[in-house]
Design a protein around this ligand. Structure first.
Ligand code: ATP
Length: 364
């Protein structure tokens, strides 16, 4: 059975290196506890790299990502470093395209001590997953938009091939969550099929896939109505699947439900490759202060362990990921262990140490 994994590490820009440091230390620690070896290969890309070299994602870094078992990414992009057309440097989007990472997985969960801006009805538990298609939709247009003095156009693209894979992924995830007792086995297609033909096409492909999965429940919601449901009754949701741009927006809403971007992890997954990074950006406003919350990065690393475990049939990696996630959830019970964004005054390093201190306590 495979027990060592090669991880390509992109620290990236802004707070990226600050949140990556404690994450790698924790990964190392939890992996050893489960007799696993993680080999980290640090590679360059991002806005600062572009400013220095004129290249945002060097070929060598792309090759390292392609040959790794998984990719960990801090954050990329800086508001002051831009391409000539004014758009930001975002190699993470190129990685998604190049590695065909069609499924952007954004779990929205509220642990016992996690504070949410909304009132959770007693006895209810918020635990759902938003899947954002990550290679096409409106983002297909990146770098291809047409702008004149009078008019601007961007093109949204939905393909049958990617949509089929996306929906299959969503139904498989719902089936696994149902088997684990975490969900009702329901997949909701989130679209705007009442207005746009492209979304009627998207929904049609969803319905075809749903017909193949009679053991699961499939339903639909318009994106605007879903924004409301996420706030009013988030405990009723299980697996949501949507287009790239809608997913981009709803995932920040999900992060808000979880008490902020500092707690929102994500994964971009394809057939063979996967990139794990927090939902947040490089937070240049707090970079260099040692104040960034590392939790979203650590939770993304926990998702990486779980994915590696499922991908290679290594139960120890799944357990290691679960342990890391539960250690983060435990830290939330004590304000003194939390960073400023969560109302505490711990530094990034102290928040990482707090998670490390709890690792053994949460071991099964
Ligand atoms: P992007 O467009 O790249 O996703 P963004 O414009 O949404 O980035 P972020 O970099 O995510 O912006 O930052 C948004 C706000 O959230 C900023 O005020 C930032 O300081 C805060 N923030 C983001 N991540 C963290 C974190 N890990 N810890 C604390 N604050 C954070």
């Amino acid at each position: 059975m495979k027990s060592s994994f090669d991880i390509a590490v992109f620290e990236g820009d802004g707070i990226g290196p600050e949140i990556m440091r404690p994450t790698l230390a924790l990964l190392d620690r939890v992996a050893r506890r489960h007799q696993l070896a993680l080999r980290f290969n640090e590679v360059s890309a991002g806005a600062a790299h572009y400013a220095r070299t004129g290249e945002a994602l060097p070929q060598a870094s792309m090759d390292a990502a392609r040959s790794a078992d998984a990719v960990l990414l801090g954050a990329m992009g800086l508001p002051d470093v831009r391409y000539d057309d004014g758009t930001e440097i975002s190699p993470q989007i190129d990685l998604r395209r190049e590695l065909h990472l069609f499924a952007g997985v954004r779990p929205v969960t509220l642990a016992e001590h996690q504070r949410s801006p909304i009132r959770i009805e007693p006895g209810r538990r918020v635990d759902f997953v938003l899947i954002r298609e990550s290679t096409e939709g409106l983002f297909w247009s990146l770098g291809r938009g047409e702008v004149s003095d009078e008019e601007a156009r961007e093109t949204l693209v939905i393909t049958r091939k990617t949509s089929e894979k996306l929906f299959r992924f969503a139904f498989d995830l719902a089936a696994r969550r149902k088997a684990e007792g975490r969900g009702a086995g329901r997949v909701t297609c989130v679209d705007k099929a009442n207005v746009f033909r492209a979304f009627a096409f998207f929904r049609g492909i969803f319905d075809e896939e749903a017909a193949e999965r009679p053991e699961l429940v499939a339903d639909h919601a318009y994106v605007d109505a879903m924004a409301l449901r996420m706030i009013q009754t988030p405990w009723d949701l299980d697996v949501l699947v949507t287009e790239n741009m809608f997913g981009d927006i709803l995932s920040d809403l999900g992060a808000g439900l979880m008490g902020g971007l500092g707690l929102a992890p994500s994964a971009d997954i394809g057939d063979r490759h996967a990139v794990f990074q927090p939902c947040h950006g490089s937070a240049p406003d707090i970079a260099g202060q040692g104040a960034a919350n590392p939790h979203a990065m650590i939770l993304s690393a926990a998702m990486m362990l779980e994915w590696l475990g499922h991908q290679h049939q290594v139960p120890a990696a799944v357990s290691a990921g679960d342990e890391l996630r539960r250690a983060v959830e435990q830290t939330l019970s004590d304000q003194r262990r939390l960073t400023r964004d969560l109302g505490g005054d711990a530094s990034t390093e102290e928040a990482g140490h707090a998670v490390a201190g709890l690792l053994e306590g949460v071991a099964a």
